[in-house]
Design a protein around this ligand. Sequence first.
Ligand code: RIB
Length: 297
Amino acid sequence: MKKILVIGSLNMDLVAHVPHLPHPGETISSIKFQQSPGGKGANQAVAAAKLGGNVAMIGRVGADDHGQMLLNNLRQAGVDVTGIRQEGTTGMAFINVSKDGENHIILVPGANHKVSRADIDDSIHLIQACDFIIMQLEIPLDVVDYVLTIASEHQKEVILNPAPGQPLSTKMLGMVHTLIPNETELQQLTGMPVTTIDEIVAAALVLKTSGVARIIVTMGEKGSLLLNEELQVHIPAVKVIPVDTTAAGDAYIAAFAVGLTKGLSDSESAEFATLVSAIVVTREGAQLSLPTLEEVK
Ligand code: RIB
């Protein structure tokens, strides 16, 4: 089976369920508190493994209880964790989830910001052995840039989730095969308006001129938009009542990659990813909400 390598972040999520997201200066009480495994990288690795993918991960957790819990969760899902270093303090994410499922996230990067070029060199065999590399932007940008260069030397396809959103150089974008931003990240990447589907298509087409072969814009309840060399297609979302949207984007990206490793077409993979993320928004938590392939079926 084709192999997926995730290079990215691992966080312990500290989640407060609140009646509404607080306004500046407002103090509110939570309805419920949960601590559970998260981090965009780890979420994507666990999601892909639970969907039947062959997955390894490179990253860092702290030498602490949070780190151990995150590693255990990855192992339990079947992820190869030999590329994850344990040192310092595990990253954390403070998350507020409102009654309608929307969230605010504040990151405390911890060990994620210590991921280095040397970590990548130490696990170069994982890059050599994989077919797809998935990355996000919760580790240093310099390391993401380094991996992009190595990946293009080894002719490995990189799927980049540019989250948290920030501008990227044309050189970096030129080494990305598949870019999967949400609307906000697309706006941050291009500086263009993204309020209508036409504006989103226009912004995505600008990114394609940098050499990105495939762009998928995830748009929440509006579904997703896939643009590749041959087609431009809008995949509507599955209608569900959202409970918590945390990790819905992560699950979409992982499911899309698993679809590709199983030989599905771009649109079939995007449809599969749409189903998976619909399940995720009906459940609480990041990794807690990720379904197995059996549950999706
Ligand atoms: O995408 C959701 C994730 O973003 C959370 O699990 C949190 O840890 C942050 O990385």
